[in-house]
Design a protein around this ligand. Structure first.
Ligand SMILES: [Zn+2]
Length: 188
């Protein structure tokens, strides 16, 4: 990734440091995903990447938000991406996996520190351990009886249990991590 990677919007962006050759991973950028990218936002949250999903925000609002600083826009809208220059990443693809693959090279370039399963997929809030006692009525009794590990969202208050669905997400996380790693190796 060092030197030979073509200049991307990420690397040109002064507020988002590009990957430091052989250096430590950096904090991940924060993202705003525009309409139709709700599934991609959930995927990035699986990796612990802070992603705000704005379903119905008009372009003018998105531009204002992004230009105010601190976030990168993810969008399928070429005109909007062009207007925001180095503050937006173009998303393409016919499904969410292809959408992820379209930004995997940029994610590899920023070399950010991933924290899988640390964020709520629904709202992006931080997940914290929850005891069986405090989970109360938010978890069905049969789940409590199985003794599964519980995590709760610090923002929306939802409680999640580490069952079959959780394991499926872990598999998806491994796939995403491998794809990012492939991109890193491609350019090393
Ligand atoms: Zn939440």
């Amino acid at each position: 990734m060092c030197g030979s990677f073509p200049l991307t919007p990420v690397q040109q962006n002064p507020v988002i440091p590009s990957r430091v050759c052989h250096g430590e991973a950096l904090d991940c950028p924060r993202f705003v995903a525009d309409s139709m990218l709700g599934s991609l936002a959930r995927k990035l949250r699986m990796l612990g990447i802070d992603t705000l999903f704005l379903k119905d925000a008009p372009d003018s609002e998105l531009k204002f938000l992004i230009r105010s600083g601190g976030s990168i826009l993810l969008s399928r809208d070429r005109g909007l991406v062009k207007a925001l220059g180095n503050l937006a990443w173009q998303v393409t693809g016919a499904n969410v996996r292809e959408e992820f693959l379209s930004i995997a090279p940029s994610l590899a370039a920023v070399n950010c520190r991933l924290s899988p399963m640390s964020l709520c997929l629904d709202c992006g809030g931080k997940l914290i351990p929850v005891s069986r006692a405090s989970a109360g009525s938010k978890v069905p009794p049969y789940i409590l009886e199985r003794g599964l590990v519980l995590s709760g969202c610090s923002e929306c208050g939802k409680v999640f249990w580490h069952g079959t669905h959780w394991k499926r997400m872990e598999k998806e996380i491994r796939w995403m991590e491998e794809e990012i790693e492939k991109e890193r190796r491609r350019d090393d």
